[in-house]
Design a protein around this ligand. Structure first.
Ligand SMILES: [Zn+2]
Length: 383
């Protein structure tokens, strides 16, 4: 069982991926250490409303001893899947674990449980579900990709501990990265959240998980191209090396990934790449300048077609990826120039309030034109 404990008396929340060792040096950071990261006072705050911890929090989480019918288990599975989709991982874990009790180790149940446990940093529970995921990997390519990704990350993150601030929970290596460094990283995250909230008027409502890797670990755990220095895949992943060597760039990259966490929480996967990346880049770089006099990236020398901006930029060669971020920034913030931040705030909030609404529908409802028409105008005036 993962050592995820809520101390009622002190109101502190410390999370570690390791088994608790009563007198071990690394099970938790010394709470009296002045240099230690800030801790949570009271239950974790998600937005303005304090969310009570589930009753079985820290116990044998979500597993039910009673026997349930297959129909009941399938109902729990459906609810768990929906909650996972909505990002309510705590409740999803509970329903999916009951579904697993009733249905056994079925591939779909194990895949969803693995994603949920990963997002919740519940490493021991994740390890428990990995053999089932490995079996599922033989049958499904999606399960195989998930298994390979999680196995690689577990390998790197097995000796990690965690600390939380008001809105973030950061995992970092027990050795090689000190709490003296994680405290400032958590401060940067809180500052990024404040800054984004000032422009966009929205802040993350749930505790955002962040993994800060030690030397060489980011590359080992993520397998991303060499030019990628941070990413968001349900967790923000960054390297402490970037913080040490390029602190300003680290803050920009951290803010970019935070915007992904925020928009994912509000809109799921409904934002097109040009808007998702453009908004993240624009908010992280603090300005709409490029939207006014957009010049193509010098190494590319041309404006990219929208078909080149329609999927993940990580699949592009480095120089094209840089151009893609820069151009998306100009496109997304062109909307701010025309309609102000309020319009982008409303767009994201509309997508949050109506989960069935598509990006195109929400966009048309607010701007009175389709995204395709807006982009046509953008291309016409920019060429
Ligand atoms: Zn991005």
């Amino acid at each position: 069982m993962i050592a995820l404990s809520a101390c009622a008396a002190g109101g502190l929340l410390w999370v570690t991926n390791r088994e608790p060792e009563p007198h071990g040096p690394h099970t938790a950071i010394d709470r009296t250490d002045a240099a230690a990261p800030r801790s949570i006072a009271g239950p974790p705050q998600f937005g303005n409303e304090p969310v009570p911890l589930p009753a079985d929090f820290g116990g044998d989480y979500g597993r039910s001893a009673r026997t349930i019918s297959a129909d009941e288990a399938r109902a729990h599975f459906a609810i768990g899947a929906e909650l996972l989709n909505l990002g309510d991982y705590y409740t999803a874990a509970s329903h999916l674990a009951i579904a697993r009790d009733g249905l056994g180790d079925q591939a779909a149940v194990c895949q969803m449980l693995a994603i949920t446990y990963d997002r919740l940093n519940m490493a021991s529970d994740l390890l428990d579900v990995m053999p089932c995921l490995e079996d599922a990997a033989d049958e499904s390519e999606a399960a195989a990709r998930l298994y390979n990704r999680l196995a690689k990350q577990l390998d790197v993150e097995v000796e990690f501990q965690a600390a939380a601030s008001d809105h973030f929970v950061a995992s970092f290596p027990v050795s090689g990265t000190s709490s003296e460094e994680i405290g400032p990283v958590l401060d940067l995250l809180e500052r990024a959240r404040d800054r984004v909230r000032r422009d966009l008027g929205l802040g993350s409502m749930r505790l955002v998980p962040v993994v800060v890797y030690g030397h060489g670990q980011f590359e080992a755990a993520t397998d991303k191209p060499h030019w990628v220095s941070g990413l968001y895949d349900g967790k923000i992943r960054m390297s402490i090396e970037t913080y040490r060597n390029q602190p300003d760039f680290f803050e920009t990259a951290l803010t970019h990934e935070y915007v992904h966490a925020l928009t994912h929480e509000y809109t799921g996967t409904r934002l097109p790449s040009w808007f998702r990346e453009g908004l993240a880049d624009g908010l992280a770089r603090n300005g709409a300048d490029r939207a006014i006099h957009y010049q193509p990236h010098p190494e590319v020398g041309r404006i990219l077609g929208i078909d080149e901006l329609n999927s993940s930029f990580m699949g592009l060669p480095e120089h094209l990826a840089r151009a893609a971020y820069r151009q998306s920034h100009a496109m997304a913030l062109g909307l701010v120039r025309e309609s102000g931040w309020d319009a982008l705030h409303d767009l994201i909030l509309d997508l949050h309030d109506d989960r069935a609404l598509s990006f195109d529908e929400a966009f048309y409802g607010l701007f009175g034109e389709t995204p395709a028409d807006y982009l046509d105008r953008w291309y016409t005036t920019t060429r």
